[in-house]
Design a protein around this ligand. Structure first.
Ligand code: PMP
Length: 426
């Protein structure tokens, strides 16, 4: 079926205004490792997708899912070792006291629970998030997003602080500096404390992934975290994007920056595409939550999900993919830096492991974001068979975030294609 027919069918059946990547959308029918194939048999190098974390259709994950689906799938109101074996392995990747988990189906649900944990622990409801974030799509967590303001405006218990912008550190009351970010947070805490809501939690992605993964110095959040704790609030780390070794070397984004969160949420890569997500917290916070809310999730933690998630951990270990993300990530980043030397539209190069990119700007003197040019680059790459994306508070950051088995040869192909496209656009 031709692309325009598929688009019309999609619109008729799914409604209008559903987001779709690329001017010329891709109709993918098959995936394997870091590769995707479209309906015409054209092959694409996947430099974007983090959900197929250990590679598209990894045979070990497919086998684990099939085997468990053929044996039993039910919910967590029966005893089953699958969830216990998995949670035991999962919490072993955290520092104490993070030792218990609730499994859900989506990152949104996980964040929704985290907000309720904060309420249970503090007895308050006020939440602080950054002004360029996304934490999910339930009614509660979509309030945290500023991209599409909720009908009726943001509820009064939500306060946004400017996201750090490492290329423009003075913007947002100095939000790109540790002291500026902490000051903004302190002001938001005080405002909440003076409101009927009080202050319960700061929620943030320790990599500021949706904000455009700014390049921040070690210890950037230390003063902020101190302010949150002094005010009796908790810190929620949303690891949906940086988790499971994405940033190379470390399993979790908060470990990379030395942050100690009270609650951690995760999702996307956890089941390699199978819908499994979760929340990790201490015994104490979990007990407060269970005391305050009756929570059950029909599909969360089912044996098939746990088999998929366990297989992902197996493959991460067996193929040493955290090390791969660190070493191939550094190799690719160095190649991007060489490209940036030749192309003044690349404002900087930043990121860690397999989550990196570059800000597309009009020029390096003003560093004015150029989201239009970023879109042209991403579309041209797609036409050349390399899939990447763009993100960030200015919509101009090229987002390169491939499946974890990405190799130096894959990086060479991506860099060579990007170089050619930048030459042709200049
Ligand atoms: N948190 C972050 C940081 C995300 O980027 C996303 C999804 N893009 C979510 C939460 C929501 O996850 P899900 O789509 O699985 O609900």
């Amino acid at each position: 079926m031709a692309t325009n027919e598929l688009l019309a069918r999609r619109q008729r059946l799914l409604g209008k205004n559903i987001s779709l990547f690329y001017e010329n959308p891709v109709h993918i029918v098959r995936g394997q490792g870091v590769w995707l194939w479209d309906a015409e048999g054209c092959k694409y190098l996947d430099c974007y997708n983090n959900v197929p974390h250990v590679g598209h259709c990894h045979p070990a994950v497919v086998e684990a899912i099939c085997k468990q689906a053929a044996t039993l799938n039910t919910h967590t109101r029966y005893l089953h070792n699958g969830i216990l074996d998995y949670v035991e392995r999962l919490v072993a990747t955290f520092e104490p006291p993070l030792s218990t988990a609730i499994l859900t189906c989506t990152g949104s649900e996980a964040n929704d629970i985290a907000l309720r944990m904060a309420q249970a622990v503090t007895g308050k409801t006020g939440i602080i998030a950054t002004d360029s974030t996304y934490h999910g799509n339930t009614s509660a967590v979509s309030q945290l997003s500023t991209r599409m303001p909720p009908i009726g405006g943001h509820l009064d218990h939500i306060r946004h602080v400017p996201a750090p912008d490492s290329l423009r550190p003075e913007s947002g009351n100095g939000a790109g500096t540790a002291a500026g970010f902490a000051d903004n947070t302190r002001r938001a805490i005080e405002a909440l404390q003076q409101s009927p809501h009080g202050f319960s939690a700061l929620i943030l992605c320790p990599y500021f992934a949706n904000e455009g993964f700014p390049d921040l110095p070690a210890g950037f959040l230390d003063e902020t975290v101190l302010a949150v704790r002094e005010a009796g609030g908790i810190v929620i780390a949303d690891e949906v994007q940086p988790g499971f070794g994405r940033t190379g070397g470390h399993m979790w984004g908060h470990q990379r920056i030395g942050l100690t969160p009270d609650v951690v949420t995760m999702g996307k890569p956890m089941g390699n595409g199978h819908p499994v997500a979760g929340v990790v917290a201490s015994q104490e916070i979990m007990s407060e939550f269970r005391g305050a809310f009756r929570y059950f999730n029909t599909f969360g933690g089912n044996p098939v999900s746990c088999a998929a998630a366990a297989a992902v951990l197996n493959v991460l270990e067996a193929e040493d993919l955290l090390t791969n993300a660190a070493s191939v990530g550094a190799y690719t980043r160095a190649g991007l830096e060489r490209l940036a030397e030749r192309h003044p539209c690349l404002g900087d190069v930043r990121g860690h492991g397999f989550f990196f990119g570059t800000e597309v700007v009009t020029d390096r003197e003003t560093m004015t974001p150029d989201p239009g040019r970023a879109g042209q680059i991403v579309d041209a790459m797609r036409e050349e068979g390399v899939l990447m994306g763009k993100t960030g508070m200015h919509g101009n950051t090229l987002k390169i975030r491939p499946p974890m088995p990405f190799s130096n040869a894959n990086a060479d192909l991506m860099l060579e294609t990007l170089g050619r496209i930048l030459d042709s656009l200049e």
